[in-house]
Design a protein around this ligand. Structure first.
Ligand SMILES: Nc1ncnc2c1ncn2[C@@H]1O[C@H](COP(=O)(O)OP(=O)(O)OP(=O)(O)O)[C@@H](O)[C@H]1O
Length: 192
């Protein structure tokens, strides 16, 4: 099965206030979508609708494939070391070789030297990179990334862009809500 994520005339309201209406896009294997807009425009809400965590007030969402979400709360056990916290989630995915996937994700995000450090001791940018490693280790078809570049330095942003390119090259889909410019070749764009 090849991955697919499509919005058809989707509308989102929060507390009775319409945030956006009639939003449509279609993403197939290898596609990326950048969602931009001012604070409060509804970028995170759009990501949550794509994740199935928020119900649109109108329209239809079609999803084929596994989704992985990077949101503000990374849901990583603060007391565990980085590699162990990631391993917990990778094993829940019930795919083969979770440890190898975690090792590859740590390497891709330059986190190998921090593998034994408890999550609670990480800096903001390091914590963000571990959240991204969790998504990368999941091997989900569809990545939903809410402000993935928040707190990242220039080198880490380049690693994020490379990781997204690899995910697209393997037939995945990436939807990114961001304030920061990201180099995503040929990405579709929605401004809310
Ligand atoms: N759980 C919630 N209940 C009610 N209203 C909410 C909830 N979450 C967000 N909102 C409101 O929805 C609107 C859009 O929020 P959202 O987080 O989607 O925007 P955003 O574009 O991601 O903003 P930012 O750039 O600041 O992250 C805001 O006015 C916010 O107050």
């Amino acid at each position: 099965m090849s991955a697919r994520l499509a919005f058809d005339a989707v509308a989102c309201a929060r507390r009775g206030r319409m945030l956006f209406e009639q939003r449509s896009f279609a993403l197939a294997a290898g596609d990326a979508l950048l969602v931009t807009g001012a604070n409060g425009a509804g970028k995170s809400s759009l990501i949550r609708i794509a994740a199935g965590l928020l119900t649109p007030v109108a329209g239809h969402v079609a999803v084929e494939g596994q989704r992985a979400l990077l949101a503000e709360a990374a849901a990583l056990d603060a007391e565990r070391a980085v590699a162990a916290a990631l391993g917990f989630w990778a094993r829940l995915d019930a795919r083969p070789a979770p440890d190898a996937r975690v090792a590859a994700a740590l390497d891709a995000l330059d986190l190998t030297a921090l593998a034994d450090v408890p999550v609670r001791l990480l800096s903001t940018g390091q914590r963000r990179r571990v959240g991204l490693a969790r998504v990368a280790a999941s091997e989900a078809d569809i990545w939903l990334l809410d402000e993935p570049a928040n707190g990242l330095d220039t080198a880490a942003v380049a690693r994020l862009e490379a990781l997204i390119a690899v995910q697209r090259a393997r037939g995945g889909i990436v939807l990114v809500a961001t304030h920061q410019p990201l180099a995503l070749a040929g990405a579709q764009e929605i401004r809310l």
